[in-house]
Design a protein around this ligand. Structure first.
Ligand SMILES: [Ca+2]
Ligand SMILES: [Ca+2]
Ligand SMILES: [Ca+2]
Length: 509
């Protein structure tokens, strides 16, 4: 059979957050664009898979939505009800991953009001100054919150926003796919003390203080799930539109007396904040704009303690943007959880690829070093809600499987499988580690089926928008519509696949 044409799309509705400033038009990319002519037929009926954009219209608080949040599958972690901070103990004992899904399962009614500040679960208020680094602050404040109250960290926003893989300057801005790419590649987070903010320099060679292994992207406008995430994991990173620029500016959308913000309507978001609580009875009269009803999320900003209520403010449930894109740091492990990470997507989830169907296969081939290793886990993005995955491993590959027309990739073994409710990045620990020989080539592959998707595979590629410095020479990926017929990701589609492997080195005899 001949291969179906594969198509690439950019992730949907990605915006560069410039923290209140007007951005150059080229950066306000909100259209889905395609990069290959082969994509035409698969584009019809396209639903942007990223950032939950296809979920628009979903009603907030759909019953049961939060009950099934998280992941389930053969590689699921323990059911013991753990508290934030268990990553430390779990990681240092058996190097087991922290269960991500059990914390969602509470059937307890949600409180009408919650304030993470009262529980010691908000990070220290920060000031981004004149730079367009709100995206880095929101990411790291949410990450820090997820580790509190047991573990208090101040991570370095400078290190994230100065990362050499990103081509945007600190003045311009960034977005959450960049912070995901940075954290999930283990380039960070590093400590603030190692790379203090705002001095224009970031030392090289710093090592991450923690390893982020899972970031879930919560469904758009699902207030109940956002609230349950705040209770279970801490701060949830989200975006809004604002014409405020710092603590001293004013806006028709912001009541500085009550710390209440609401910009109804369909503006492009340009500022990132962290949701750290809510109040269902926050009076609608507190807003300058007319809102439909009471209720607001409590948010942490990065404009210093002079802004709002010592750095925090309330954003109406009826704001046009807050709650559309929601990142939750659901698994943050110790930095020695695995000895090695294999990856080719240092710039992360930039686009998506598929064959016009919900299912596609992706494989990355990596080469071990001079020591035997154990393959412990595989990591990938679910690009939409309701993703079924199957993970396969093939070891001791001899040649470039697709380029040579060989069938080596077909000799795979299934290693894990399961279901993911939300989009995001997931690390799936294999129930049984797979032995890898020294100086050998091994392939990890996933069969992904994402509801309503036509491009289920996350890829790194050069969109030409000047946001990231893409290196395609660091990967050997293959894609397939059926797990039998493979084509080169790099040679045919000019992309790397977002598909990482985590290994431990065998003890030296
Ligand atoms: Ca910091
Ligand atoms: Ca610095
Ligand atoms: Ca690459």
């Amino acid at each position: 059979m001949s291969l179906l044409a594969a198509g690439i799309m950019m992730t949907g509705t990605l915006n560069v957050s410039g923290c209140g400033r007007e951005l150059p038009g080229a950066l306000k990319r909100e259209e889905t664009v395609t990069s290959t002519e082969a994509v035409e037929e698969s584009e019809s009926g396209e639903l942007p898979g990223a950032a939950g954009a296809s979920e628009s219209g979903e009603l907030p608080g759909v019953a049961g939505a939060s009950e099934s949040g998280g992941q389930s599958g053969t590689a699921g972690a323990s059911e013991s009800g753990e508290l934030p901070g268990d990553a430390e103990t779990a990681g240092s004992s058996g190097k087991a991953p922290v269960s991500s899904h059990t914390r969602w399962k509470s059937k307890e009614p949600l409180p009408e009001r919650y304030d993470a500040r009262e529980h010691g679960r908000t990070a220290q208020v920060q000031d981004q100054g004149d730079l367009g680094t709100c995206w880095a602050f929101a990411s790291l404040l949410a990450l820090e919150s997820s580790l509190l109250p047991e573990q208090a960290y101040d991570f370095s926003e400078d290190h994230m926003s100065n990362d050499p893989n990103f081509a945007l300057s600190q003045e311009v801005g960034g977005d959450y796919t960049m912070s995901m790419a940075y954290l999930l590649s283990w380039r960070g987070p590093v400590l603030e003390t190692q790379d203090p903010y705002g001095d224009g320099v970031s030392p090289q060679g710093l090592l991450p203080a923690r390893h982020v292994q899972e970031i879930q992207i919560l469904p758009e406008r699902d207030q109940e799930t956002i609230k349950r995430a705040v209770l279970a994991y801490g701060g949830v990173q989200s975006s809004l539109y604002t014409n405020l620029k710092n603590a001293t500016t004013q806006s028709e959308y912001y009541n500085s007396k009550t710390g209440a913000y609401c910009c109804p309507g369909d503006r492009i978001p340009n500022h990132d904040v962290v949701i750290v609580g809510w109040d269902d009875h926050f009076p609608k009269e507190n807003f300058l704009t007319e809102v439909e009803g009471d209720g607001a999320f409590l948010c942490q900003n990065s404009w210093g303690p002079q802004f709002g209520e010592e750095g925090f403010f309330y954003v109406s449930y009826y704001d046009g943007n807050l709650g559309k894109t929601n990142l939750c740091y659901t698994s943050v492990e110790v930095a020695d959880n695995y000895d090695r990470i294999y990856q080719s997507d240092l710039c992360g989830w930039i686009g998506q690829l598929g064959y016009g169907a919900e299912t596609a296969w992706a494989a990355n081939v990596y080469e071990t070093g001079s020591q035997a290793e154990q393959l412990r886990a595989v990591g990938f993005y679910a690009t939409g809600r309701d993703t079924d995955y199957e993970i396969y491993v093939v070891t001791d590959l001899s040649e470039h499987p697709a380029q040579s027309g060989s069938h080596e990739l077909e000799a795979y073994k299934m290693a894990a499988g399961g279901h993911l409710d939300y989009s995001g990045y997931y690390t799936i620990r294999l129930p049984q580690a797979q032995a890898l020989s020294p100086d050998s080539r091994f392939g990890i592959m996933v069969r992904l089926t994402t509801r309503d998707a036509v491009h289920p595979i996350a890829i790194e590629y050069d969109t030409g928008d000047g946001k990231c410095r893409i290196d395609l020479s660091d990967g050997e990926g293959y894609i397939s519509p059926d797990g039998k017929n493979w084509e080169s990701a790099e040679n045919v589609q000019k992309c790397n696949l977002c598909l990482k492997a985590y290994t431990d080195l065998d003890e030296t005899p």
